[in-house]
Design a protein around this ligand. Sequence first.
Ligand code: HXC
Length: 482
Amino acid sequence: MGTQGKLSARERLQILLDPESLVETGVLGHHRATAFGMQRVEAPGDGVITGYGRLAGRTVCVAAEDFAVMGGSIGEMHAGKVSRILELALRLGVPFIQLNESGGARIQEGVVALDRLSEIFRQNTLASGVIPQISVVFGPAAGGAVYSPALTDFTVMTRSACMFVTGPDVIRTVTHEEVSFEDLGGGEVHNRQSGVAHFLADDDRQAIALVRELLGYLPDNNASEPPAVASGEPPRPDEALRDLIPRDHTRAYDIKQVIARVSDAGQFLEIQAHFAPNVVVGFARLRGRPVGVVANQPRVMAGTLDVDASDKAARFVRTCDAFNLPLVTLVDIPGYLPGTDQEHRGLIRHGAKLLYAYAEASVPKLTVILRKAVGGGYIAMSSRGLGADYVLALPDAEVAVLGAEGAANILLKNGQATPEDREAFLREYREELAHPYHAARRGVVDDVIDASEIRPRLIAALEGLRGKTVDRPVKKHGNIPL
Ligand code: HXC
């Protein structure tokens, strides 16, 4: 864990919030422990600054852990202050932002520390889907300090941060493994491998700038609209999209270039950019209105969905649905990733999460099939059957149960047909089924459009879908596959 570019808890809050806007709560809060010499330990604010203030003019509630006070460890008072400000955020219907750096439950306070820590987790859970919750981890988040960030909507980690449930010492004792803090739970590990973090920032300032940018796409709560900007770019046809999306279905291209050309001012805030890069998710604006974008990335694993990509996309779809962000799905997928490794890791249940998330989402859902939408991939990527409100396809798109060759292998009993029979089958398959006009005639695609028209057609469709309502059966809650 490096210390470059590290700020104090108070400095972080100063940068995060609008000047002079912090109203601090529990300023004199202090632990009441006496054992282990604790009666002599001075702990200003009990190691956490809590309060509310303004961020770009909007009210937010904040908690910033102070590692200089007993390693930011979470005791009775520390946890109580965090729970209380989180509860206030929920009552006010405003975002909660926590700036974390902590050694976990305060060891000297025993089970009381664990008990109060659990209350934070309960508050995080109650607030989930009601107000946006964002965590930034600047240094260690050890043991119990990891789970509040994990229960929030977004976690930013700096390169000095490190998150782990059990640290290198415990691991050495139990498994005899030698591992550094960084290799165990550094920012790179949690952004690339585990998927625990959503953003990797070079330093504290960049992390805080990311929070401000992120909040620009999110509403105050689930009953309000995400903030639209008046300066949204007008719709305009864009010829360059024709060249960006190759007609040759075997050629790779960068879906992020397509997203940039479709979005206002080319701006796209990518989320989990380093994790499961075969699917791309993030926020953009269409004519000033924030939307969530989900897209296959043909450059990585041909844009297939594997277990991690399914998890990533499903969580993002649910985040957008919770906070009233319409979903724009750009489809170019040959299917789920085949292989024993994927099947044994639970591709069925992970893949099901994405079906569940799209089917459950009640926000406007727009889909554009760019090239391939095949089999399970067709279904999973916001298909009509899962509830897409408007589906567009490009003229060369292949929309089918299987690719032509795969269909021939199965229906012609692999190898038994003559080359002529096979050729005839492939021709008929391509003419009858594997194009968007079949899908359009069957009503699962609403229109076939030129690539240059993607942006104006999405903007027009979105405009008309404002105020969409969805009837749902009454239930306590669903049971998403995990
Ligand atoms: C009380 C703690 C503490 C803790 C750190 N400190 N963690 N005090 N309770 N959990 C204190 C240290 O004693 C030290 O006090 C000061 O904070 C700074 O810590 P250092 O170790 O000197 O700093 P550093 O070398 O940077 O290492 C940071 C650290 C390490 C990696 C976080 O302190 C550490 O490993 N702490 C324990 C982590 C842990 O196992 N936590 C789990 C707790 S159980 P002085 O007075 O010397 O300055 C838990 C429940 C799990 O959280 C529940 C799971 C759901």
